[in-house]
Design a protein around this ligand. Structure first.
Ligand code: GSH
Length: 298
């Protein structure tokens, strides 16, 4: 199984590669964008770390590639970027019976579904955190001047549903130190407590709330022990229409009280910012610096 190169686009000092590949996990062709920073094109002694960016509801890999402005930051510090898709797509992939944009296609919530008819294709947790990094490593092995590290020296971030996906994966895989750092832009922080999350978890994982806990950051904080000085960086705009009813970062802070994550969640409420990429791109430089430090680049 390998990748097809759909397009290679010169961007900033490096190159954006638009790729697609057949996924065993989702049973579909998956699109993914990879940004190779300028350092990739000059021989490096050290391998180049990777930052994964998970997008929000209604997105494809294109939204963040085009308007989050990560590329100059990747060049500044020397990390590569991976922008996966937000769900499986294509013929036969079940969508939301209500035809809403908050569930189904482009709304996978990055979990491994256990419920019919979703479980066949909606295996996004295993796809993103296991299959995709392995496949990318193989594809890029012995290509170009530099080695890319898709598996070990990696960090994760995301926006909205993708912010949830980043928090969830970081905490769920924390015992094995899969991701060196985690940040999020306007994330859904405690999905079990809000309508978007209840609909998604109910549909993909079933109605039993116990089955939601292993993906829910609000519960994972209690199930995972912070072993050092690890912090999570979050920005949330106060003018975001989803802030008070779906995202609710205060719930995460509350849930962290008395746990090993108490005081380790750096929540920045930023006055007036909305939910859009105008907001995301404004705070990308701060998140880039945070991850660059944790990836050992500065
Ligand atoms: N389609 C929804 C908005 C959904 C939305 O805001 N999606 C965010 C992530 S949750 C996004 O990134 N949208 C794509 C974009 O801004 O490029 C609406 O009509 O209200």
């Amino acid at each position: 199984m390998t990748f097809q190169i759909k397009q290679e686009i010169a961007s900033c000092g490096g190159k954006l590669m638009k790729l697609s590949h057949p996924s065993k996990k989702t049973g579909t062709e998956m699109e993914v964008n990879v940004y190779l920073p300028k350092q990739y094109f000059h021989k490096q002694d050290q391998s180049i770390p990777v930052l994964y960016y998970l997008s929000g509801l209604t997105c494809s890999p294109q939204n963040a590639s085009e308007k989050a402005f990560w590329q100059p930051q990747a060049d500044k510090y020397g990390f590569a970027l991976v922008f996966p898709d937000t769900s499986p797509r294509g013929e036969g992939v079940p969508d939301d019976p209500e035809e809403s944009w908050d569930f189904g296609i482009s709304a996978s919530f990055y979990v491994d579904a256990t419920q019919e008819p979703y479980k066949k294709n909606y295996q996004m947790f295993s796809y993103i955190h296991d299959e995709l990094p392995r496949e990318l490593s193989q594809f890029f092995e012995n290509k170009g001047n530099s080695k890319l590290d898709f598996v070990e020296n990696v960090a994760i971030t995301g926006h909205s549903m993708g912010g949830f996906g980043a928090l969830s994966a970081f905490l769920k895989l924390y015992p094995e130190r899969k991701y060196k750092s985690c940040s999020a832009f306007a994330p859904i922080t405690f999905p079990s407590k809000v309508q978007w999350g209840q609909k998604a978890f109910g549909g993909y994982l079933g109605q039993e709330e116990e089955k939601w806990k292993p993906y829910d950051p609000g519960h994972l904080l209690k199930m995972t022990t912070n072993i050092g000085s690890d912090k999570i960086l979050i920005h949330q705009g106060t003018g975001d229409p989803f802030y008070k009813n779906q995202l609710k970062p205060e719930l995460l802070l509350e849930a962290s009280k008395g746990t090993s994550w108490d005081g380790k969640i750096n929540l920045n409420l930023v006055e007036g910012f909305d939910h859009s990429y105008y907001f995301v791109s404004t705070f990308v430089p701060e998140h880039a610096e945070f991850h660059a430090k944790n990836l050992g680049l500065i």
